[in-house]
Design a protein around this ligand. Sequence first.
Ligand code: ADP
Ligand code: MG
Length: 297
Amino acid sequence: MKTRESDVIFETNITSLEFLYRGKVRDIYKIDDDRLLVVQTDRLSAFDVVLPNPIPGKGRLLTELSVFWFKKLSHVIPNHWLDELPQDFVTDRERGQINGRAMVVRRLEPLPVEAIVRGYLAGSGWREYQNTGKICGIPLPPNLREAQQLPRTIFTPSTKADIGDHDENISFELVEEKIGKDYADKIRDASCKLYEEASAYALAREIIIADTKFEFGTDSNGALYLIDEALTSDSSRFWPQKQYFVGSSPPSFDKQFVRDWLESISWNKKPPAPDVPEAIAQKTADKYREALILLTR
Ligand SMILES: Nc1ncnc2c1ncn2[C@@H]1O[C@H](COP(=O)(O)OP(=O)(O)O)[C@@H](O)[C@H]1O
Ligand SMILES: [Mg+2]
């Protein structure tokens, strides 16, 4: 599929709604006290830094995949997605900026925790395991190898860092301190259930979900919802099952491709990030699209 120039959105500028927040990937506008318009741009962050070049069409792919999971997994826990048309809330002239890349969502209070779940040993989990034999304080059996499946799904939360900071793995006890025992238990259980159900589904489509990150929020009555995005190539490690083997980092359908390129040029991981060559950006977009198609078509 070819991507037209006009499909690429690095930053939105919608003036008919009140602008609230520009995150690393999403631009957020207020619809009213209860609802937000979330626009998935084509920005990509790697190592918590936003790269200067967009990944063409990524925001649309993320939107489609998140909405797919929100619908599929709503029986596990309610989520913020509302079945309303984003284009109804902007002017005709602004529609091009949000086309296929926006969601109308419930406005909630985000809990200050990144709810990470892992079924396999990779990334920062693999590094922590090599150093300490544990991840987030959870002891694991000895002699596990890179990319190996864990004996069970584990909840390995991290802090939600401010812009410019890096997220840090934290213990479950610290999550309890931050948000209370009740929410801590609930987000751990919901995260594990969401992950297990999604990964069984994905495996039947030849994708291994090695790990993923969820965010949760609460409404004014204290009810808990899944927010942000769900099980996308930005928030998850997707491995093609056919090319999976234990002992090294498998190729993947996610931003690992860009991360590997950044490692290869020895960038110090501090802003500003280097320019991403067109071919790398396009290849990344292709990987994201491949994952979407395998999972949803
Ligand atoms: N339903 C919601 N209500 C309030 N805030 C939300 C909701 N969904 C997502 N958010 C917040 O909006 C932001 C999404 O933008 P993103 O680009 O991911 O930002 P960040 O750089 O902070 O990760 C996150 O900070 C997330 O916590
Ligand atoms: Mg985010």
